[in-house]
Design a protein around this ligand. Structure first.
Ligand SMILES: Nc1ccn([C@@H]2O[C@H](COP(=O)(O)OP(=O)(O)OP(=O)(O)O)[C@@H](O)[C@H]2O)c(=O)n1
Ligand SMILES: O=C(CO)[C@H](O)[C@H](O)COP(=O)(O)O
Length: 421
């Protein structure tokens, strides 16, 4: 995959997939001043998604059983330096939003009613911080505004936006333009075109000193509220603050059309497919099998560990995909141990965990009754744990022949089909 160009670029390259996860990138992250002041977020989510054209507003459309808005909330909620996340929804979606908050255990969210336009919704969100009696929404130093329908926002950029907002009063993410901007005459002819290299697309997130953006909204006109689309412009026009602009990654784009929902799903799949952890146990055959598997899963980053115990928690936390191998014995207890580990952590909160239990039968014995019982127990466990976002699959291999395969998880282990013994 091509690398993102440096910030001086005026042409966007392949949007690619989501950047490596925060945890994996922390080593390369540039040293940044700590955020030692209160930061809050306003997520406008009060629109109807007319351009998507579905009965459900796009922010509530689900990807892998999780509404888009929940992905966006989680992108902020997971950061310890972010306080309250104010989510602005229309009155009719208030209960739906509260259900999402409860179901996905969002702990920093405060739900506020929106207005008839995006600017009105954002202003309503900002006003939530004015009430001194509301301890849920203490007034922040910096407020980040981010569309609820831009789910892929990373900590690096949020840090840069936040620190620049504190220094400068306002900051916003930008991207190179894809198309050239032209002005048309009222008769529908080309009037003039802009030099593309001089312009940028304004994206989200944007950050502001709270007092600046609040004042800008208090001063702005009805025309701004009705037709405006740029918060940075309000800060400039009504408070004289020139925003610091920061180039963001291509994944910042806004879900606007139906095809964007499919693209968001593909990005999530692609990201989740890139790593796996193989639990090989102590048996020599399983270790051999793990090596073969690791070689054949060469498109993925793989770790091999002996067991899913506490001591290996670091490996378990790095991925969502697990291949549990067993050869001489069935090691069903090992699988139970893993399931328990994921029940006890919040690893499955954002994305599902996939566990593929591969049993290699080297004994030439046919499937006996104990194994049949175990298979029934496994099936029942698989249908139980799916509620907790754990997808459990089983493959039993006798010698070199696959005799049954309970289910195959196409999403995360697409290279398993290349697996050869
Ligand atoms: N009255 C409104 C309108 C929009 N938004 C929010 O602003 C963000 C960006 O707006 P947009 O992509 O235009 O969303 P919609 O207005 O829902 O879409 P459309 O214009 O296609 O109807 C979305 O998260 C949307 O929910 C909002 O909070 N209140
Ligand atoms: O990019 C943005 C701010 O710079 C906004 O997301 C964008 O302006 C929203 O506008 P609309 O609701 O009309 O799509």
């Amino acid at each position: 995959m091509q690398q993102e160009r440096c910030s001086s670029s005026d042409r966007p390259l392949d949007p690619g997939c989501l950047q490596a996860r925060d945890a994996e990138r922390s080593a390369d992250r540039p040293a940044c001043a700590p955020v030692d002041f209160p930061v809050a977020v306003v997520l406008p989510a009060g629109g109807s998604g007319e351009r998507v054209g579905l009965p459900t507003p796009k922010q509530f459309c689900t990807i892998f059983n999780r509404p888009l808005i929940s992905y966006t909330i989680q992108a902020f909620e997971r950061l310890p330096w972010i306080g309250t996340v104010v989510v602005v929804v229309s009155k009719e979606n208030h209960d739906l939003m509260l259900n999402i908050v409860q179901k996905f255990n969002h702990t920093k969210v405060n739900v506020i009613h929106g207005g008839t336009t995006r600017h009105r919704s954002i202003f309503n969100g900002l006003q939530a911080f004015c009430s001194t009696s509301n301890s849920l929404t203490p007034k922040p130093k910096v407020v980040i505004i981010h569309d609820a329908v831009r789910p892929f926002v990373e900590e690096d950029l949020l840090l840069k936006i936040t620190l620049a907002a504190k220094e400068q009063g306002a900051s916003g993410a930008i991207r190179p333009l894809v198309s050239t901007i032209i002005a048309t005459s009222s008769e529908g002819y080309l009037d003039h075109s802009l030099e593309r290299a001089k312009y940028r697309a304004s994206e989200m997130p944007q950050g502001f000193l709270y007092d600046i953006i609040f004042q800008a909204y208090q001063r702005c006109s009805e025309f701004d509220f009705e037709f405006g689309s740029e918060c940075l412009h309000l800060a400039l026009q009504y408070c004289g603050v020139n925003a610091k602009l920061i180039e963001g990654p291509p994944t910042l784009w806004k879900v606007t059309y139906k095809r964007d929902l499919a693209a968001a799903e593909a990005i999530i799949k692609e990201t989740l497919s890139r790593s796996a952890c193989i639990i090989a146990g102590a048996e020599a055959e399983a270790a051999e099998l793990a090596k073969t598997l690791q070689k054949n899963l060469n498109m993925m980053e793989t770790d091999v560990i002996p067991c899913a115990k506490e001591s290996n928690a670091e490996y378990l936390s790095k991925t969502q995909n697990f291949i549990h191998l067993s050869t001489t014995g069935s090691n069903f207890l090992g699988v139970l141990e893993m399931v328990k580990h994921f029940e006890d952590t919040d690893h499955t909160r954002l994305y599902p965990v996939v566990i593929v239990w591969v049993q290699l039968n080297m004994t030439k014995q046919s499937v006996d009754s104990q194994k049949t019982d175990e298979l029934a127990a496994f099936r029942s466990l698989a249908s139980e744990v799916i509620q907790g976002n754990v997808l459990l699959y089983g493959i039993q291999i006798e010698h070199t022949k696959v005799i049954f395969s309970m289910r195959y998880h196409y999403m995360c282990l697409r290279d398993l089909k290349n697996f050869k013994l």
